[in-house]
Design a protein around this ligand. Structure first.
Ligand code: SAM
Length: 244
């Protein structure tokens, strides 16, 4: 795994697309974990349905959170979108300002994303298995995606994201707010898997990975099936101390 930031000269010579692609090595692998296969095939079957359902949710703070994240990033920032889904509305919004690489484990979701956001780049794969260079991105987002990852892997994911970020970089994430051990069952008409820690455990894992929490808010969204709370965080990788 490359551990150093790619040379700037290399970044300038390559096109934007090829540059982002060059950061990824072996993103696509076989999904060995049954829980992740459930997630991938569930979204493969319900990609369009999920998009429609998403439009019925009220009180989702995603636009406010994306604005808080985007306004803190430089104009040419490289942003990684973990579990980008169909690319709308969030990947699309990010791609209007930044160089975006979206990663998703579902082929159907990625097909929609490629169509919806042709200006971004996409890769199929499990975001917990990504091999990326240290400091490769100024921003990483994971919106409503981490709770599909078995929760024993959340802490390592936060450590990985911290490593992929440049000093001063930001991680915007929607995390669970309730202690919910692995759950597999029917969701939106398909078999699906969820797993999350409560808000305090998530804060601790973020801090243990090295992040300073700039935004830390539990928000309630009104879904057709009832209200659900999520922890929204923007974690910052500390900037390199200025010399004096
Ligand atoms: C609830 S959707 C959210 C999509 C989008 N981020 C949004 O906010 O609308 C979760 C997405 O994460 C993807 N996902 C879940 N686990 C993943 C994993 N381990 N690696 C990559 N993508 C994953 C799913 O395929 C799905 O598209």
């Amino acid at each position: 795994m490359p551990r150093s930031r790619p040379a700037l000269g290399c970044r300038r010579r390559l096109s934007r697309t090829h540059y982002l692609a060059s950061l990824l090595a072996g993103a696509v692998g076989d999904v060995a974990d049954e829980r992740k296969r459930v997630v991938a095939s569930g979204y493969d079957r319900m990609a369009e349905r999920y998009l429609e359902w998403g439009g019925t949710i009220e009180g989702d703070p995603r636009h406010r959170m994306l604005a808080a994240f985007s306004d803190r990033l430089p104009a040419d920032a490289r942003v990684l979108d973990l579990g980008c889904g169909a690319g709308v509305p969030s990947t699309q919004q990010l791609a209007q300002r930044f160089h975006v690489l979206g990663v998703d484990i579902s082929r159907s979701q990625l097909e929609l994303a490629r169509r919806n956001v042709p200006e971004a780049e996409f890769r199929l794969g499990d975001f917990s298995e990504l091999q990326l260079a240290e400091g490769a991105f100024e921003g990483v987002v994971a919106l409503y995606a981490v709770s599909h990852l078995p929760r024993e892997q959340h802490g390592q994911l936060f450590v990985d994201v911290f490593r992929w970020l440049a000093p001063g970089g930001l991680f915007l994430a929607t995390l669970g707010a309730a202690d919910s051990p692995d759950w597999t069952g029917e969701w939106l008409g398909e078999e699906m898997f969820f797993s999350s820690h409560d808000a305090d455990a998530n804060r601790q894992l973020m801090r243990a990975a090295g992040f300073d929490l700039m935004v830390d808010e539990v928000a309630v969204t009104h879904e057709p099936g009832g209200d659900v709370s999520f922890l929204w965080v923007i974690g910052q990788k500390p900037p390199v101390a200025e010399r004096w």
